[in-house]
Design a protein around this ligand. Structure first.
Ligand SMILES: [Zn+2]
Length: 305
């Protein structure tokens, strides 16, 4: 299936969104239509060690490059996805993977640059929105969307709405404890899913890049993801987890089989007994389409972030 095949546009959305994906390795900017289709895009490497204004100059150059393509003529909003934590709906972002930005006013800078109503959210939550609109959770009102990559992030949709939480950080499934006496996590705790099953953790444990993992490591990684999903599913009455990211999708079928086996064994309450873990449906465009979904949601909410 072509995950980016145009789908019928949702009501209240017209035009396109200027989408901005702030990644630790690259900035990607594009124009995304209301059906989730990427109409144009450009990217540049993230100058990871740079200071705040140098980072901004690099990002602004990619934004201008896309605006100059002319495909943004019907853009109704700018949407951005950025690593957490953040506050004030993206007016103070401090992505852990971009040390030069601490309380950086990303939302207002993008709005000043583009002249468009601008909305910013956590990148994993953004992807969760997009999976529900266009991807592996299309039509579902209750699900967990996860990214198992260098780190592990997630977003929760419950009763049809993406959960924000008190400060906007709901969905940090990477910090569900899966091995009580396991490895120390960057957050300070021990045995978090991210400390055991992220690409960074796999490399630290095996001494090899995650792509070179043995069958045992792939199975263990899937098993731990399934364990975390079992807890989340029971807590929130969910029966679907959509999992993407380079580690999960790169490992493929054996990863998903191990995750599902662990989930089935751990989740025994009647309402989670049929819970499923499926691959994300948006492929490499997921983060960009997620950023666009943040923009479309902002417009649909009448400008409320
Ligand atoms: Zn942690």
């Amino acid at each position: 299936m072509d995950p980016l095949a145009p789908l019928p546009a949702r009501p209240l959305t017209g035009g396109s969104v200027l989408a901005v994906d702030i990644g630790g390795t690259k900035f990607r900017v594009g124009i995304v239509g209301a059906g989730g289709e990427v109409l144009a895009s450009a990217l540049a490497p993230t100058p990871k060690a740079a200071d705040a204004e140098t980072l901004w100059s690099s990002l602004a150059a990619v934004v201008r490059e896309v605006l100059d393509l002319g495909a943004a003529v019907d853009a109704v909003a700018c949407g951005a996805g950025c690593g957490g934590p953040m506050r004030d709906h993206g007016d103070a972002v401090s992505p852990l993977n971009i040390p030069g930005w601490r309380s950086f006013p990303l939302r207002s800078r993008l709005q000043d640059l583009t002249g468009l109503p601008t909305f910013v959210d956590n990148d994993a939550k953004a992807l969760a929105l997009a999976e529900g609109r266009y991807g592996g959770a299309a039509g579902a009102d209750d699900y967990l969307a996860m990214v198992v990559s260098t780190g592990i992030g997630g977003g929760l949709v419950v009763d049809g709405s993406l959960l924000d939480g008190r400060l906007g950080n709901a969905g940090h499934v990477g910090h569900v404890i899966v091995e009580p006496s396991g490895r120390r996590c960057a957050c300070g705790a021990r045995g978090c899913l991210e400390a055991e099953a992220s690409g960074t953790a796999i490399e630290a444990i095996t001494g090899k890049p995650p792509a070179e993992a043995s069958a045992d490591v792939i199975e263990r990684t899937g098993m731990l993801v399934g364990r975390a999903v079992a807890s989340v599913a029971a807590l929130l009455d969910l029966d679907l987890a959509v999992v993407s990211g380079s580690v999960a999708l790169g490992y493929g079928a054996p990863f998903f089989a191990a995750a599902h086996a662990e989930l089935s064994q751990r989740a025994r309450l009647s309402f989670v007994a049929d819970a499923r873990i499926v691959p994300g449906g948006l492929g490499a465009d997921g983060p960009l389409v997620g950023a666009a979904a943040v923009g479309f949601r902002g417009i649909e909410r009448g400008g409320r972030p």
